[in-house]
Write a protein that binds this ligand. Structure first.
Ligand SMILES: [Zn+2]
Ligand SMILES: [Zn+2]
Length: 233
């Protein structure tokens, strides 16, 4: 799946969306939103019915997963060809989520996810950097054990989106007093920040799993023990 660099949300996943729907979102007219099964393309009602996308609704995802890789690719190709002519564009998934939330508000519908509208995002990167410096200058962190890198401190700040909060993740800070000290530093910092929604997690340690095969090495993270979590909504 592709990625995109969004000026508001940073490095994000992508969503494919028909131009009518996107225009409707931008003009705040918010027509009905449909999703083409299998492809996951977001389209307006007109694109959906005109292209007989409802016929795809009989195809179950679990059946597709059961198919061989070749069959899956072939099916995806056939479906892509059928919808190739729909005028569509690629957008940041969190921008799409912002519009979906606004549409739900306007139409009095249930929210599609729990919103975090008041959180530090990529566009607030300066504030995030200031907080990071504050933490590093007040606490001696252990180095992270990310494979092949040994110079990162084991504290990770990740900007938020509209569907998830700004987060700070600590490792190896297991002493309760140290945790309280860091939480206090963060609380004091946010006194002067209007975007207060945040998630703070303390994990006992990192759990990197390195798998080596004949041709490649992959790194992934296994389950990690959460010691303390604080979410400000
Ligand atoms: Zn359309
Ligand atoms: Zn975005």
């Amino acid at each position: 799946m592709g990625r995109i660099q969004c000026p508001i949300h940073g490095h994000q996943g992508i969503a494919e969306i028909c131009t009518h729907l996107w225009k409707g979102f931008q003009n705040q007219t918010f027509q009905k939103t449909r999703k083409i099964p299998v492809l996951g393309t977001w389209v307006c009602e007109n694109c959906f019915t005109k292209n007989k996308a409802q016929e795809l609704e009989g195809i179950k995802l679990e059946d597709i997963f059961k198919m061989s890789k070749d069959k899956q690719d072939q099916l995806e190709k056939e479906i892509s060809l059928q919808y190739e002519h729909i005028n569509k564009k690629i957008e940041c998934i969190e921008c799409l989520n912002t519009f979906r939330l606004n549409a739900a508000k306007k139409n009095g519908e249930q929210f599609p996810f729990e919103p975090f509208e008041n959180t530090l995002m990529y566009k607030d990167n300066e504030k995030i950097e200031t907080l990071k410096k504050l933490l590093l200058s007040n606490f001696k962190f252990q180095k992270s054990k990310i494979p092949y890198f040994n110079h990162f401190d084991s504290v990770f700040l990740k900007s938020g989106g509209i569907s998830y909060p700004f987060s700070i993740t600590f490792y190896y800070v297991i002493n309760k007093e140290d945790q309280i000290k860091l939480l206090k530093l963060i609380d004091d910092f946010f006194e002067h920040i209007p975007q207060k929604q945040r998630k703070i997690s303390f994990y006992e340690s990192e759990n990197w799993i390195i798998e080596k095969t004949a041709n490649s090495t992959t790194e992934s993270k296994g389950k990690e023990k959460l010691l303390l979590e604080k979410i400000i909504k």
